[in-house]
Ligand binder design. Structure first.
Ligand SMILES: Nc1nc2c(c(=O)[nH]1)N[C@H]1C(S)=C(S)[C@@H](COP(=O)(O)O)O[C@H]1N2
Ligand SMILES: [Mo]
Length: 199
């Protein structure tokens, strides 16, 4: 028996404070944050596309997508509304695997069923830093969390991780996405607390 009661907090795994960006708190649950209704695209109609300034603009069906090399990894995620969730495990396809061919593009806009968009410099999603994921903790990703597939860019605030993603548009110029045009920071680094335009 431990000498001191853990009180009303219950049993919690120890948190390494070095993993929690400034102003964030750690949650055990997985909050849902969606700007609109959850789209339900049947898998037979689903596709993933590369568009814009890239010399190969492939489209993958659901089956094609699942046949690409898959990676399973465990990572921390940080929402601008201040929750962080540590040690989440995902399976999906690295953006490096999707981006064939050369590109002059400097920026990328992810686009989703339902019209959501989010933008970032292209270099933020290559080099093993981002994936399109379809499995969370070994189970198909819930529609509420972006299933069948979402972008995952864990080193930026979670609004960059577009749910229900259907493609990536590569661009020469930066094009602010849904929340970026609505007052959220254009880059969104949680370690620099880049939450809003003014940060
Ligand atoms: N398509 C789409 N993607 C989205 C959003 C959205 O409203 N639509 N919300 C973003 C925001 S603000 C956050 S914090 C995360 C929330 O993901 P979750 O609901 O899985 O926690 O998804 C991001 N991706
Ligand atoms: Mo968010």
């Amino acid at each position: 028996m431990p000498p001191i009661s853990r009180g009303f907090h219950g049993r919690r795994p120890a948190v390494d404070p070095a993993r929690v960006p400034p102003g964030q708190y750690v949650v055990e649950d997985f909050p849902v944050l969606s700007a609109g209704p959850t789209p339900r695209t049947p898998l037979e109609e689903w596709s993933l596309a590369l568009r814009g300034e890239v010399d190969a603009t492939p489209t993958w069906s659901w089956r094609d997508f699942l046949e690409l090399p898959q990676e399973t990894f465990t990572i921390d995620i940080h929402c601008v509304t201040k929750w962080s969730k540590l040690g989440t495990t995902w399976t999906g396809v690295s953006i490096d695997t999707l981006l064939r061919g050369t590109t002059e593009a400097e920026y990328v806009t992810a686009f989703s069923d339902g019209g959501y968009t989010t933008n970032m410099p292209l270099e933020e999603i290559v080099g093993g830093k981002a994936w399109i994921v379809h499995t969370f903790e070994g189970e198909p990703l819930d529609p509420e969390h972006g299933g069948p597939a979402r972008l995952l860019v864990p080193h930026l605030y979670f609004w960059k991780s577009a749910k229900w993603v259907r493609g990536l548009k590569l661009t020469l110029e930066d094009e602010p996405g849904f929340w970026e045009a609505g007052g959220y920071h254009n880059f969104g680094d949680p370690w620099r607390e880049q939450r809003y335009w003014s940060d």
